[in-house]
Design a binder for this molecule. Sequence first.
Ligand SMILES: Nc1ncnc2c1ncn2[C@@H]1O[C@H](COP(=O)(O)OP(=O)(O)OP(=O)(O)O)[C@@H](O)[C@H]1O
Ligand SMILES: [Mg+2]
Length: 481
Amino acid sequence: MLFTRSKFARRLLGAFLLLSITSLGVLGLLLSQYFHDAAMAREQENLMNNAHIIELTLAEELEATPIEMQDTIEAIQAQTGLRVTVLCADGQVIADSEGSAGQMDNHLLRPEVQQALHRSYGTSVRYSDTLQENMLYVAIPVHTADGISAIIRTAAPLTYVEASYDHTLHATLLAMFFALLVSILVAVLLARRTLRPLSAMTKTAHAIAAGDLKRRIHIHSGDEFDVLGSTINHLAMNLIDKIEHEQVLNRRQQVFIDNAAHELKTPLTSISGFAETLQEDDFQQPEMTRHFLRIIYDESQRMTRLINDLLSLARVGHLREDPRNLHRVPLDLGDVLQHCADSLRGKANARAQELTVEVARPLPPVSATPDLMEQLFNNLIENAIKYTPEHGHITVSCKSTSTKLIACVRDDGIGIASRDLPFIFDRFYRVDKDRSRQTGGTGLGLSLVKFLAELFDGQITVTSEKGKGTTFRVEFPCQLK
Ligand SMILES: Nc1ncnc2c1ncn2[C@@H]1O[C@H](COP(=O)(O)OP(=O)(O)OP(=O)(O)O)[C@@H](O)[C@H]1O
Ligand SMILES: [Mg+2]
């Protein structure tokens, strides 16, 4: 059943019960009290009126003998059920409608008598030993010229008043019982209405948590559950996106590892092959020995470069994930370019190339790390030297606009075919593998360049035409002063 399973339903029922039972209880008690007080007041007023009527009735008898008076009040009790007692001002009972005046003790100290002697009337509620029930007594003084001559007391049992009090109390209990039934009913209905979408949602959420990410919650209750439902749907959708993204990254990582292993294996294979041949030949042919040793040296150099590039990539990767270790300072990009060009001028000269630096000052500073910024442009200028024939021209330039710094490395070299352009920033991508191998290229240079540019919030673009030349353009946001 719903209530044994659902804590929510039990709480709901508890709240309903508490609310209805306390409010009905308080209302019942207040009403009972009110009715009781009203009935008492009415009863008292009746007794008082009756006492006054009896005073008028007994006006003559009061002068006469108690015996006659006794007859009259007995007649009154017989007719009306009203108990009447007549007392002297000193409390002695003169006549009593119960007919036992003679045996009755002095009533002077009865509260209603005391009050009547001092005020216009007196009342008291008491258990009557004579009648063995709760009685309401009202006493009034009878005044003569000499003062109080007698006291007339009327009394009636409280059976009626007490019964009306009990009735109200019973009615309240009955109402509480019905409230209990209605509370259970309403709580059950409300809990069921509330819990139905919730349990459907829980089921779907469990399915999603268990990996069924395509599952969706379809609830249109028009309340907060809608929001919860669409939030869970959103969560599942985000999870799918995240997982897909992760899968792409993993695949890329896998390809990268395959490529890296392959790139390292190639020189290693030739190194071990040539070393083995040399061993077998036992250095008999000095010419061949020299040639093979040269190859072994070149291949090991190539491996060193490859490993250095891989280490650089890894370092930039770490910095990208945790930029706290990236100690950026304001840099003059013109100085960086000049420094790079100077360090590579020897290589350009060896190929009879003209290497020019054009810096349009003044330049705002760029926020970067000097060695990494130099690594970026060294790679671009080295490429330009490598992929430009002898006597070619290479221009390194730098200028600023209001929002950015623009650096360009331009050459009039071999250019890149448009079908290759989209891939040149990929790791290990080389347009012409054989030619690049000859020049010692690893195909990691431009991917490192792109990572570095992005590390410093920059963007790199390339324009190229086969046979005409290539321009790499790097844009950095200006550092605000
Ligand atoms: N200035 C350029 N002119 C023509 N082709 C270029 C130029 N720069 C790069 N490329 C082409 O893009 C490819 C990728 O360049 P990248 O710098 O990544 O590798 P690499 O120069 O071959 O090797 P590495 O720089 O790692 O030694 C090169 O192999 C080359 O084909
Ligand atoms: Mg390169």
